[in-house]
Design a protein around this ligand. Structure first.
Ligand code: NAP
Length: 489
């Protein structure tokens, strides 16, 4: 245990750190634990259960055993559990935010924003639970009647990343609960504490034993693969890197699972010559600096019309260079550390590569010394498209600026990536906004806005950013099968 004091120590001590299987907390079968650290100091926060293959199987056994009765639970009851959990999360937002900041590093204000965003998935899907319906129609030949009914897919495996430790969970748990599916969830080893806290909240809200099972492990591939290949599993939903996602799709082919993949991004942020530049800078601050740039939706490439590039770059550098960095638990801190040393090394490497390729550093660019995995907000201009930052996801507070001279060129640069999660575009011309939205090869587009995430909207990507949608009316469909019943009169 670290030398945390006061409220910090009490929120970490207050959370259960075992595996949650069949409605009970229990140690890993082999008694092993894994360490969780505070990225702002590099010190250990606590140890949590380190599950084995046997623990993973026990979790799936519990989910399978609970599936039938859970599917038969009235939709209103399922919805009320989500609504109750939403209320509890809202009441405990301050403690949950502190816990998240300690394990993940993001500033408290951002953790609070994530808690609010995460809880909204429960409120949204509480409302969706009672709106599941089928349809009835007369067959074209008039002789038979066609009916459809929606039924839960069945036991699901959910694998989530560390960057949004709670929201990436509620985005999956919410629709699964609403649809009547049971689940095993594996949070990221770097940030398991928020998921443990959420598990207690769902239990308190009345979620029956076995519906949600939580397994943490340091032997991720070894523990997950047998579950994915287990014929009793019916769905895999994954949020994480494209590299791991590809491997999991291959594994899921054996059982022909329903699969949702929320993978990496390389979001372009287009600023056209007619844009309101101040508004674009406000949007850029959100699109780049939300979550310290560690978001799949983070603007990765600023593609700015040559007529406004200098003004945009100067204003963005001024804003980013003025941000206060530090340990996220301090209320006035705006930029926390990156999640781990490996992540910071990658960010520094991409900046060095861009500078070697000819980029100019307007602000930042130097890795600080001292404890924690900090990296300063960095703005780069005159970046050639041959630099690695053009094609690789930075996942850090780095804004490389590229320029274009015609709409066709800007759009082609935006689409010149294997990824296709989200794109942002700033313009005051309505028809340009529509044309650009139609031309962008992404699952989501933000016009004159730097954040698109919204529980009421379908979140997801195309190309190497994956498939499937989370949130909106589409979100629950991922957890439902359509059964057709033909009735001859
Ligand atoms: P990651 O390395 O792919 O890890 C994500 C999750 O997958 C973690 O729980 C991880 O467990 C697990 N995992 C790793 N190897 C596995 C394997 N062989 N089999 C099964 N599970 C495995 O990604 P990350 O670095 O944590 O997250 C960052 C990535 O997520 C970025 O690319 C980002 O764009 C993407 N992301 C996408 C979205 C979206 O909605 N599209 C949202 C957020 C993040 P361990 O913790 O044990 O490694």
């Amino acid at each position: 245990m670290s030398d945390l004091q006061g409220r910090e120590a009490s929120v970490v001590e207050g959370v259960n750190k075992q595996l949650f299987i069949g409605g009970s907390w229990r140690d890993a079968a082999a008694g092993k634990t894994l360490k969780v650290e505070d990225p702002s100091t590099g010190q250990m926060l606590c140890a949590v259960a380190d599950g084995s293959v046997a623990d993973g199987k026990a979790a799936l056994d519990a989910a399978v055993a609970a599936q039938e009765s859970w599917a038969a639970t009235p939709p209103r009851e399922r919805g009320e559990i989500l609504r109750g959990a939403f209320e509890i999360i809202t009441e405990r937002a301050d403690d949950l935010a502190l816990l998240m900041t300690l394990e993940m590093g993001k500033p408290l204000k951002e953790s609070k924003a994530e808690i609010a965003y995460a809880s909204e998935f429960f409120r949204w899907f509480a409302e969706e639970a009672v709106r599941i319906s089928g349809r009835y129609s007369v067959a074209p030949n008039g002789a038979t009647r066609l009916m459809t009914m929606k039924q839960p897919v069945g036991p699901c495996l959910m694998i989530t990343p560390w960057n949004f430790p709670m929201a990436m969970g509620t985005r999956k748990i919410g629709p699964a609960v609403a649809a009547g599916c049971t689940m095993v969830i594996k949070p990221a080893a770097l940030t398991p504490l928020s998921m443990f806290a959420l598990t207690d909240i769902l239990t308190e809200a009345g979620l029956p034993a076995g519906v949600l099972n939580v397994v943490t492990t340091s032997s991720t591939g070894e523990v997950m693969e047998p579950l994915i290949r287990d014929p009793r599993l019916r769905k895999l939903t994954f949020t994480g890197s494209t590299e791991v996602g590809r491997r999991l799709v291959e594994q899921s082919a054996e059982g022909l699972l329903r699969v949702s993949m929320e993978l990496g991004g390389n979001a372009p942020f287009l600023v056209f010559g007619d844009a309101d530049v101040d508004r674009a800078v406000d949007g850029a601050m959100l699109a780049k600096m939300r979550n310290i740039g560690e978001a799949c939706t983070a603007a990765n490439r600023f593609i700015v019309h040559e007529s406004v590039a200098e003004e945009f770059a100067a204003k963005l550098a001024d804003r980013m260079g003025g941000m206060k960095s530090g340990r996220g638990v301090a209320e006035d801190v705006e930029v926390g550390p990156l999640v781990e040393a490996k992540q910071r090394d990658k960010v520094a490497e991409l900046v060095d590569d861009a500078v070697d390729a000819g980029a100019t550093v307007l602000t930042g660019g130097e890795r600080p010394s001292g404890a924690g995995y900090f990296y300063p907000p960095t703005v780069l201009t005159e970046v050639p498209t041959s630099a690695r930052v053009f094609s690789e996801e930075v996942f850090g507070p780095v804004a490389p600026i590229f320029t274009f001279s015609s709409d066709e060129e800007g759009l082609a640069m935006a689409n010149d990536t294997e990824f296709g999660l989200v794109a942002y575009a700033y313009t005051t011309d309505f028809s340009r906004a529509i044309k650009v939205s139609e031309g962008l090869q992404t699952g989501m587009v933000g016009i004159n806005q730097g954040v698109v995430s919204n529980p009421a909207a379908p979140f997801g990507g195309v190309k190497a950013s994956g498939f499937g949608r989370e949130g909106g009316a589409e979100g629950i469909e991922e957890y439902l099968e359509t059964k057709y019943v033909g009735l001859a009169l």
